[in-house]
Design a protein around this ligand. Sequence first.
Ligand code: GTP
Length: 420
Amino acid sequence: MLKAVILIGGPLKGTRFRPLSLDIAKPLFPVAGLPMIQHHIEACIKIPELKEILLLGYYPAVDLAQFVMEMVQEYKINIRYLQEFTALGTGGGMYHFRDQIRSGNPELFFVMNGDVCASFPLEEMLEFHRNKGESAVMTVMATEATRQQAPHYGCIVRDKDNSAITHYVEKPSTFVSTLINCGVYVCSLEIFQIMASIFNRNQQEYYNDNMTNGTKESGYIQLEREVLSPLAGTGRAFVYPTTTWWSQLKSAGSAIYANRHYLQLYRTHHPKRLATDAATTVIGDVYIDSSATIHPTAVIGPNVSIGPGANIGPGVRIRESIILQDAQILEHTLVLHSIVGRGVRIGAWARVEGTPCDPNPNKPFAKMDNPPLFNNDGRLNPSITILGCSVTVPAEVILLNSIVLPYKELTRSFKNEIIL
Ligand code: GTP
């Protein structure tokens, strides 16, 4: 029997995802029509031996309750949300809830960062891990990055012959390698023995420091720095390199990029999810919720997702964008490289446009840069345009590279601004 743990963080995380994470927990933000972590769940349920999925985070349980209920109904598998009493880090929650993970004595379990998106080759990874023998404690999925970008991730050096991890540094200050940690792991239960000694050492330090260990709670463990780094060189941690699509979902801009790739994956895995309705003009890969209304003269795509209850008027043109639940876009408006929040109303003949922040297509293995909102001069970095929930945009205005916080009623055009 196998299990999976999905790390979803909590309200203090996902700040680069604002204002979209202001009204919905980031892990539930819809990408290609499904909450971000539903893509993880779908990857897990493809493995017949996998019997339970545990979501670990510190969001209030009420934020996840409905989602969990819907997932259990849809996939008929045991899915539970385990709430950490405070942020325990990427490893602390796993250790805190170790009895829940160990119950039923799973042979192995997956750990997946909730903020990555990928085609998740879990079955291949599992086979790879099993072939490494009983003493293997952990296998890490990895991908190539550019020399410049790799130090922003966890960097792995491996033994070329047997793929054992010989060295691991999380976000190194100098170059270590271009092979980076994808935040997807297979672990054996033995990992909890290793974590026990880290937990005990941390506890000792915490009490020696009179419980003033910075802002870190006792029980805080970083899986990458405190568990994976020391495992490197022991011959018990391995790397599974993949060349399939992988990206992080940190900024709102990366959601547009992820949306495009998940839609592309639907072509082979879930073709029925892609819009083919003859009454609507659709270009390329498009997801349209069955309860959305699209006027027959609107032209949608490529790479657009439209959420439940959305209403798209006559002559509207939408490309490379995510339109969330109950948004209304009136006639002849153009939406490009943007995220239109829940319940937003955009008037007629408006233009809402952002700047894509895709990885450099001319550099092999380039990943998406997730620039901060502002550059060093305090100016807004060009980004996709984001309309927070329930924003109203009047007719005939232009919104360019702007971020509008929830509930604003705009009265004019804006360019490169955050409208608070
Ligand atoms: P940043 O660039 O700072 O975001 O670092 P990172 O890419 O290494 O990500 P980080 O280690 O912060 O998070 C990796 C994954 O673990 C994400 O899916 C987070 O939501 C999740 N995570 C982070 N902290 C916690 C935590 O305290 N508890 C739980 N359960 N999950 C966490």
